[in-house]
Design a protein around this ligand. Structure first.
Ligand code: MN
Length: 512
């Protein structure tokens, strides 16, 4: 049988380190459930010591996920390890992920530690962790810029101490494919006990090489790839899960390995992550971008019409982009709605379904055809934004060529109603100014964009705002047939995300 490469998803940990991509616990659970359906081998659910929110998310995911392994990140510190183990307690399959810098650059300028201390610390902490958990992954941070001889020494020490996975991170996205392939081969030859463990890689995309480096590593014998949906993550992001998976699947002839991923769920998963994080997918993105399967040139179109294989190396169906998505209307029933939501990856309780159904019917009165994008927006609005501080209750705006744009806003703040009115240089500005007046929020609007989420002039408007406060940046989204309403909802959503960050401040920052 063909060998399998493990897919280790870190969308919820490294992916969340994308600027602005804060997710609340409910959102993380939805993504985790979808990743499990997708068939990922491991889900890195968070970095429990980093914040209370991360801790809670790992606990809740550990309670829900049965098939995939749940992973929690920790520095080589006892308090980190204890916290991570506590969060992982409910998990059926679990793994603790330890990391420690090994490059001279990090040792000298960041840690002020000697190599000997690093070696000792790594060994001690793996041994400590192994007393409490079977599976331990060890990552020498900045491995690609580490002296290879020292890297081999650290890896062997970690394996002897009990690590079951060793992961080679190209933390700063510096490696090139041929170099990285050589490094992995060298590790396989020079680390005596390497065959006893899973050899993993974790690549960053600073030079656009994360996927290429990951695939080169697989060629050299790596059997786990760490990646994120849509390639989101710290800075330029991580290796993109869908690209790694489809490269291995489409070119099995070349790589001679495969993954356990149900590729027909790649597209719905990509959409869900994009919606929840507010990070759009570029149209020309491989596999999941809007244009990934559109043929524009006449010669290509001609070829594809005659025989698809002329210019199509994989089918849209194989990645879950069915040509004819079912369109629901106001007369569609609950059953059809539930079915479609399932296909989009959302598992709802009866009560949640009832709420979504009500909103769906209301939207059906304003809009003839209801598309997937509409449903996703409703679910996000009704279900994923739970127990929030601010709720928009009422908005009335006057604007036009002769009036001063004026907004009247009623908000619920922690259950109490507040109302006020204000002016601005336009209806959106007036709305935002009034919301700021009521909430006394000191925030800076960094970006504002508006899109029609589907075709048709009755389409819902989708507004994305980026707000900054005290060094935190968050993305808020709002969807509504009325674009001023959508703007207000996006603004309130962003304020709630800032609140979430305030409630769960990040105590420890760790990147790997
Ligand atoms: Mn990383």
């Amino acid at each position: 049988m063909e060998e399998k490469v493990r897919i280790f998803d870190t969308t919820l940990r490294d992916g969340e380190q994308s600027p602005g991509a804060t997710m609340n616990v409910e959102e993380k659970i939805q993504i985790a459930l979808q990743l499990e359906k997708l068939g990922v081998d491991a889900i890195e659910a968070g970095f429990p010591i980093a914040s209370e929110g991360d801790f809670e998310a790992v606990v809740r995911i550990a309670e829900r996920i049965r098939d995939s392994q749940v992973v929690a990140l920790a520095r080589c510190e006892k308090e980190d390890i204890d916290r991570a183990l506590e969060a992982l307690r409910p998990a059926r399959r679990k793994c603790l992920h330890l990391f420690l810098s090994t490059s001279d650059i990090h040792l000298r300028y960041q840690l002020q530690m000697e190599r000997g201390e690093i070696l000792r610390k790594a060994t001690e902490m793996v041994i400590y962790a192994k007393k409490h958990i079977e599976e331990v992954e060890f990552s020498p941070m900045d491995a690609s810029r580490t002296d290879p001889a020292f890297l081999m020494e650290v890896l062997q020490a970690a394996i002897q101490a009990g690590a079951t996975v060793v992961n080679i991170p190209d933390t700063v996205g510096y490696a090139t494919p041929d170099e990285f392939e050589d490094l992995i081969r060298r590790i396989r030859h020079e680390v005596p006990d390497i065959s006893k463990v899973i050899l993993s890689v974790h690549c960053h995309d600073d030079l656009g090489l994360a996927v290429a480096n990951s695939l080169a590593a697989v060629r050299a014998g790596a059997r786990q790839v760490e990646c994120t949906v849509n390639g989101i993550g710290e800075r330029a992001g991580n290796a993109s899960l869908e690209e790694v998976v489809m490269a291995l699947r489409t070119r099995r002839d070349h790589f001679k390995v495969d993954t356990r991923i149900r590729t027909e769920l790649l597209y719905p998963t990509s959409r869900m992550v994009s919606r929840i994080t507010g990070l759009p997918v570029q149209p020309n993105k491989a596999v999941v971008g809007a244009n990934a399967f559109s043929h524009e040139s006449g010669i290509h179109q001609d070829g594809v019409l005659k025989k698809k294989i002329t210019y199509e190396i994989m089918t849209p169906d194989s990645v879950g982009r069915s040509q004819s998505s079912i369109v629901l209307g106001k007369h569609s029933g609950r059953h059809a709605l539930r079915q479609r939501l399932r296909q989009l990856g959302y598992e709802l309780t009866e009560e949640d379904l009832r709420r979504v159904f009500e909103r769906f019917k209301a939207l059906g009165d304003r809009k003839k055809e209801i598309f997937d994008e509409d449903l996703e927006a409703i679910v996000e609005d009704e279900i994923l934004r739970v127990s929030e501080k601010y709720k928009l209750l009422y908005l009335n705006v006057n604007s036009g060529s002769v009036t001063v744009p004026t907004a009247t806003v009623k908000l619920e703040i922690n259950g109490k109603e507040h109302m006020d009115a204000g002016f601005g240089n336009g209806p959106v500005d007036a709305t935002f100014a009034t919301i700021r007046k009521i909430t006394k929020a000191r925030v800076k609007l960094k970006r504002f964009s508006i899109n029609a989420i589907t075709g048709g002039s009755d389409a819902q408007g989708e507004v994305t705002v980026r707000l900054e406060a005290n060094g935190h940046e968050v993305i808020g989204q709002g969807t509504h047939p009325d674009i001023i309403m959508a703007s207000a909802k996006a603004y309130v959503n962003a304020l709630n995300r800032l609140e979430y960050r305030k409630r769960y401040p990040i105590q420890v920052k760790g990147e790997m």
